[in-house]
Design a binder for this molecule. Sequence first.
Ligand code: UD1
Length: 415
Amino acid sequence: MGGRKLEGTIPVSGAKNAALPLMCAALLTEAPLQLTNMPTTLGDIVTLSAVLGELGVRTAIHKDEHTVILQAKDKTSCHAPYDLVRKMRASILVLGPLLARHGQAEVSLPGGCAIGTRPVDLHIDGLRAMGALIELESGYIKATAPHGLKGTTIVFPKVSVGATENLMMAACLADGCTVLSKAAQEPEIVDLGECLIKMGAKIEGLGTDEIRIQGVEKLKGTTHDVIPDRIETGTWMIAAALTGGKLQLKNAKLDHVTALVAPLEEAGLIIKQTGTDIIVSREGRPLTGTDIMTKPYPGFPTDLQAQFMTMLTLCMGAGMVTETIFENRFMHVPELCRMGANITVHNGSAIIRGVNSLKGAEVMATDLRASVALVLAALVAEGETTINRIYHLDRGYENIVDKLRACGADIERVK
Ligand code: UD1
């Protein structure tokens, strides 16, 4: 039931998109890797531990301590099967580490969110440039590196988070120096790189668009604390703007969401960082329309586009949202329109003309970020909203119902 202002404190979980590549880094060493501040209850973490289990990685998930310990001591297999990989695209991140350590890998072509074609050509081309022999056969990437991987210079034709992570991990155990040019600069890449350095890797240039990795013979185990989830942080900041309430986000980093701060302030939100918390409130100001365009980091994150658009549905005037990372990432639009939003899409842009209110309806979650956008819409819609297919939400948002209820939302999980 919508209409309540959110007031209270929300603890931000560890970043899913940092946690997944970090788990894959365990494949690079026989020693244990201990990851803390992990979002242990997420569907994607469970799926990836099953994929890693197939590859002989022993994983202990300590849910309440938010800790995961992984050890890839004995290789039992280099085969990541379709029925697991299809559930989550990030499974492709086992490819680089497997090839680098064992000289072979067989990984199903991934599935994941239905937000465009999402190829993996950049991962494959990069590994080929490092000397891997790769064939695509029966839906599988079959890769070998009979003479090991060799360091080289790879200039990505387009910025890719996953390809940067895969190749950075592979390069840690390659022979010689690898330069990744036009590399992704996301905080999750920096987090992975910092963990790899603690494991003994030699990496420079993290957080810039050129990363240099000097291969080493062996990596060791370590303990690493996962960064807070900037997409969850941004989602709750938008929730405060939309509902007009006041939220204190615990363990959140404002410098990871800088691209969100300016448009949210323009829209009327007041944002402060105090210690490790972010405090956001609108204090009765009107919600004003503003424009955003998604870009690779440090630009506006595509993973916050649907949530931002939801906020604009109730703005004064209009706002424009342009999506440049993924095609087909406007699947939340028809659902928002069913709730009364006024949105016109033309190619990669959407004009959102503010309406006075949204109305509760039965809607369908289509992908991870689209589903949380519908939750945000439901928080302010008049009457009751039922969201179907919430398994998408469970992939990426920990305890969402409890977190929102604690701040006064009228929300329940029906099944
Ligand atoms: C990661 C995030 C995802 C986020 C996305 C963009 C994880 C687990 N997921 O996904 O939440 O939305 O970054 O910030 O971290 N591309 C190619 N060829 C490739 C690889 C990518 O053409 O080989 C294209 C994609 O289709 C897309 C763009 O490059 O259009 C960016 O994708 P990429 O950065 O690779 O996204 P992911 O790593 O899959």
